[in-house]
Design a protein around this ligand. Structure first.
Ligand code: NAD
Ligand code: AHE
Ligand code: ZN
Length: 370
């Protein structure tokens, strides 16, 4: 079939909207009509050329929601008409990783996914002249139609609005899951969240759900504080306005350091500050941000010797096929909020404008509605 997609033709260049060829689903695969997709900073990171796994031409996008149109041979858990959220962290329920309760990082298709191809090693997308186009994070939601492995789709209820729950495909689950699954923050915790964008706000929302007493937000952009306060932030710090040492300031503000700190910026200097602002003896710092190729984190080992813990999280530690339908229920039941964070919507033709809004700091989440 033919479909319309935003194609990342080359690193560092705006995506081009074009008709592309899409082959139907093979064994174990599913054809999905994407109804809406969010624009995550990770898409921008890959488009910029900073992603060591970035390869072009590719169809980016990994925060979508849509409807199953067709299933390939052997697919048993989905049928045409089902509503689904694509999963860049699949859940096969069979691999060594899925069978270990300590991780959500299903590895059954990770190698081919990282190369931009389906598990059989080939791509379903091509340009009209036949040039192959790569998949991205196994999802490629910047295409109106896409093909995914069955294990990379969470089946969700049919009354959930696509243009809101698409955000559960990455930002909402990552932020809330970092608190609930990775940090396992307790009632009464003190926390610091670095970066109050589409992920950081969901960390704040997760901390409020977990019953944190103090939630300090840190961002270079004062405008981000407005929304963060609505989601539960109790204190705001703009590092550019702190005189002297930022770590010292944050340690004093939290009465000795935070129980939990979260990096949602992708900046390795910020990651160091986050680790060092964690409480001596027990503070845990969770890295969520994705840093560019070649970037490395560092700190004095003494920071760890004295009891601070450095951790990371992917997709908030969530097991997608199991957890995503529950998070959709939380949204539908009013336990979590999504709508105010979706500050802009646009048609696919304007997707590059969505990334300009991200760069200028005007948006929290932009959503493309097909
Ligand atoms: P975003 O652009 O919406 O938000 C980033 C925020 O960080 C902005 O508000 C910006 O002003 C702020 N910021 C930038 N530099 C800062 C600094 N030095 N100090 C304080 N604040 C600073 O991005 P997002 O969509 O929220 O993504 C955040 C990060 O999380 C990105 O690196 C993204 O790739 C990553 N991410 C990781 C996962 C995961 O599973 N680990 C999932 C989604 C996103
Ligand atoms: N490809 C990059 C790393 C990118 C990365 O860390 N991705 C996160 C999800 S970000 C979603 O917005 C992730 O899930 N990582 C685990 C994995 O297996 O990719 C690189 O540095 O090579
Ligand atoms: Zn993302």
């Amino acid at each position: 079939m033919r479909t319309r997609a935003a194609v990342a033709v080359e690193a560092g260049k705006p995506m081009e909207i074009m008709e592309v060829n899409l082959e139907g689903p093979k064994a174990g695969e599913v054809l999905v009509e994407i109804k809406a997709t969010g624009l995550c900073h990770t898409d921008d990171f890959t488009l910029s050329g900073a992603d060591p796994e970035g390869a072009f031409p590719a169809i980016l996008g990994h925060e979508g929601a849509g409807v199953v149109l067709e299933v390939g041979p052997g697919v048993t858990s989905l049928e045409p008409g089902d509503h689904v959220i694509p999963l860049y962290t699949p859940e096969c329920r069979q691999c060594e990783y899925c069978l270990n309760p300590k991780t959500n990082l299903c590895q059954s298709i990770r190698e081919t996914q990282g190369k931009g191809v389906m598990p059989d090693g080939t791509s379903r997308f091509s340009m009209l002249d036949g040039t192959p186009i790569l998949h991205y994070m196994g999802c490629s939601t910047f295409s109106n139609h896409t093909v995914l492995p069955e294990i990379a789709l969470a089946k969700i209820r049919k009354d959930a609005p696509f243009d809101k729950v698409c955000y559960i495909g990455c930002g909402v689950t990552t932020g809330i899951g970092a608190v609930i699954n990775t940090a396992k923050a307790e009632i009464g915790s003190r926390a610091i969240v670095f970066g109050l964008g589409g992920i950081g706000l969901n960390v704040i929302q997760g901390l409020r759900l977990a019953g944190a007493d103090q939630i300090v937000g840190v961002d270079l952009n004062d405008d981000k504080a407005v929304m963060a306060k609505k989601f539960g932030m109790t204190d705001f710090v703009n590092p550019s306005k702190v005189k002297g040492d930022l770590v010292g300031h944050l340690v004093e503000l939290t009465g000795g350091g935070a129980d939990y700190t979260f990096d949602a910026t992708g900046n390795v200097q910020v990651m160091r500050t986050a680790l060092e602002a964690a409480h001596k003896g027990w503070g845990e710092s969770i890295v969520i941000g994705v840093a560019p190729a070649g970037a490395e984190i560092s700190t004095r080992p003494f920071q760890l010797v004295t009891g601070r813990v450095w951790k990371g999280t992917a997709f908030g530690g969530a097991r997608g096929r199991t957890d995503v339908p529950k998070i959709v229920d939380w949204y539908m039941d009013g336990k979590i909020e999504i709508d105010p964070m979706i500050t802009h919507t646009m048609p696919l033709d304007d997707i590059n404008k969505g990334f300009e809004l991200m760069h200028s700091g005007e948006s929290i989440r932009s959503v493309v509605i097909y």
